[in-house]
Design a protein around this ligand. Structure first.
Ligand code: NDP
Ligand code: GDR
Length: 327
């Protein structure tokens, strides 16, 4: 292993990829990122620029669906650690694009594992698994031992990727770990996800740019943490002698309604005067509640979250207010 550790991150242009790259750079890593070709190349690194790290990354052109590109990138980047964060990650879209979601989120992870096995077998591998795999929950609090029951094409695809990670660990001895992460948010969250949609809506309403905010199921509950805390857990998993699977969560669940109360309340507004339910945002099959049990991560990784839900909501609303005020 070279003196400077080299990490390859897929999904680098997404929320988690950006925070993970920032963390790895702060630890002295050489950070390589897989980036897919885009007609909007001038904005694709927006999150990395927001964090001020875009120029510090080594970019590699490739796509999770193209195994030959992954093999080439493994050879070029020669990573000590590989973080597979790339996915079609929006659950709602997975009903509209189920096959693409399977190709990218499921088979794409299979391609990554094959590329690691063939071209970088000594590298440690992280798979971005998801609490969505618990879906129709089989236990009130979900741990590594809770049975899965996926409720969307996205969750079904993630389940394939998860079990392939476990299987490659057991079959080929790869140092492959799977992080079963509950929802995590930040000012860099995509605007289509409910938390960012709410904080952006709150900022627009506060600034007089709009009056109402249309949402779907307000009674669904999620265990929400901050992405900055959660990427630290990913890194910790790859520092262990033995690869394993870990649930990363806060152990507290709150409804979309609760999130609205906090976000609107942060700027002195009452959500009931602005939020309405639009059936367009309901899902064919809903995950009603998720609540993760982070005991194993706390005991084995020494991981705990630092940012509370209240702090995170305030940070997100303030960031959206600042963003919109600059325009
Ligand atoms: P984002 O949607 O913000 O980012 C997804 C990333 O995947 C983007 O960089 C995107 O690139 C890239 N990508 C999509 N398709 C391809 C492809 N075919 N080839 C290469 N890259 C591709 O996701 P998050 O950062 O929120 O999540 C990171 C990972 O963690 C995802 O796998 C997600 O499913 C999983 N996860 C997320 C949780 C969360 O709460 N955020 C919780 C549990 C799991 P581009 O910029 O070009 O679109
Ligand atoms: P999720 O996140 O599906 O949990 O997946 P999302 O924020 O999209 O939905 C959370 C819950 O909010 C309800 N909801 C709405 N959702 C959206 N997007 N828009 C709305 O207007 C709205 N109104 C109510 C949803 O029905 C749902 O119950 C995220 C992604 O990051 C996945 O990639 C990741 O695996 C999981 O979190 C853990």
């Amino acid at each position: 292993m070279s003196a400077t550790k080299r990490a390859l991150v897929t999904g680098l242009t997404g929320q988690d990829g950006a925070y993970l790259a920032q963390l790895l750079l702060s630890k002295g890593y050489e950070v390589h990122g897989l980036v897919r070709r885009s007609a909007s190349a001038d904005v694709i690194d927006a999150r990395l620029r927001w964090l001020g790290i875009a120029t510090e990354i080594h970019f590699h052109d490739g796509n999770l669906t193209d195994l030959s590109s992954l093999l080439r990138v493994m050879g070029d980047a020669r990573p000590d650690e590989v973080y597979n964060l790339a996915a079609q990650s929006f659950v709602k879209s997975s009903w509209q694009q189920p096959i693409l979601t399977g190709n990218v989120t499921a088979l794409g992870a299979g391609n990554m594992l094959e590329a690691v096995r063939l071209a970088a077998p000594k590298a440690r591998y992280y798979q971005a698994s998801s609490s969505e795999m618990y879906g129709l929950i089989q236990e009130p609090m979900q741990s590594e031992k809770t049975p899965f029951y996926p409720r969307s094409p996205y969750a079904v695809a993630k389940l394939y990727a998860h079990w392939m990670t476990v299987n490659y660990r057991e079959s080929f001895g790869l140092h492959a770990s799977s992080g079963i992460l509950c929802n995590h948010e930040s000012p860099l969250r995509g605007i289509e996800f409910v938390t960012r949609k709410i904080t952006d809506g709150v900022a627009r309403i506060k600034l007089g740019l709009q009056e109402k905010l249309a949402l779907g199921n307000l009674d669904a509950s999620r265990d929400w943490g901050h992405a900055r805390d959660y990427v630290r857990a990913m890194w910790l998993m790859l520092q262990q002698d033995k690869a394993d699977d870990y649930v990363i969560a806060t152990g507290r669940t709150s409804s979309i309604r609760d999130f609205c109360k906090l976000a609107f309340g942060h700027v002195g507004l009452n959500y009931e005067n602005h939020v309405y339910v639009d059936p367009r945002f309901l899902r064919p099959a809903e995950v009603e509640v998720l609540l993760g049990d982070p005991t194993k991560a706390r005991e084995r990784l020494g991981w705990t979250f630092e940012c509370s839900l209240e702090q995170m909501v305030a940070e997100m609303v303030d960031a959206d207010l600042a963003r919109l005020s600059m325009k």
